[in-house]
Design a protein. Sequence first.
Length: 361
Amino acid sequence: MLRITIEPVWRFHKEESPQSIVVMLGVLSEIGKTGKITSAANDAHLSYRHVWNLIEQWSDFFGVPLVETRRGKGSRLTAFGEKLVWAGERMQARLGPQLENLAQELATEIKPFLQQRPSVIRVHASHGFAVAKLRELLDREPGIGVDLRYVSSQYSLASLAQGACDLSGLHLPRGELRAQGILACREWLDPRHDRVISFVTREMGLMVKRGNPLDIRALPDLADGKARFVNRDHDSGTRLLFDQLLASHGLDETRINGAQQIEFTHAAVAAYVASGMADACFGVEAAARQFGLDFIRVLTEDYFFVCRQSFLDTEPMRRVIELMKGREFHEAIAALPGYQPAETGSVHTVREFLDRVDTGA
């Protein structure tokens, strides 16, 4: 299946001049990670001389250096160069899933005009590291295309009920909030025709700056107003879970400094904290580790997929189940911080599923 990638271009302009310049933030990011311009050049498939000329052009345009070279010690980003890289990482974390959705919409629209038409599985699921890994492995499978749209659990179940997708993502917290999660999804599940597939577990909690300078240990520590918080968007399942946690602790959101500041993915809130614009956020452990943050576990979530029995019996879906059960996928999930396979690929009726989750099994 045709795969489309939409990538932003960072073009800087000066008001007093028609001159503009495109900065390749990936080059700067690679220098920041490795301290080597040669590594950045290889990563960008450019010559060392060309990359060095670009860096000089960027520095001349801004009037400040972006990279410092140290004899015998390689290169490093200046404070300004680091700020540009952080801006790029925040942008990618914030807009990445939305750009993927737009690219997928375009691919779906032009597919009827193409000669090769593989079996396409339409997946609606909340954005997460395990879902992205599943899609990555499915993209390698010949004869199967994946139409993945990132939406909340509630919207994904509604999409399945309305026939707008084939596979719907669903995540439920363990513990005292389990019953609320079940109540929200029960109305969309059809016991006659739906089947539930076990997927993974993931750890949810607070992400704070490395070393936890504000000594944040639990949700009530956010309510004194000292920590600057960044929240998830209101339509996300993680925001719903966070609001339920606040209610269970008797905490008033208005007492949290920055609770109305929102970002749209786990990675986006983590990047916001890592860049120094906030002190804490709530999300998955994998996002915290990705951006070098400390993580304070609050609860574990179970992630499932739901599909129709009729679709479960199709050849493409049988291959998906095989991939979920395979060693490569299990190893990939085990490598994600805070994620674990959990009877991955096991299929349950809705009644079996509700009996299991009601008891916390």
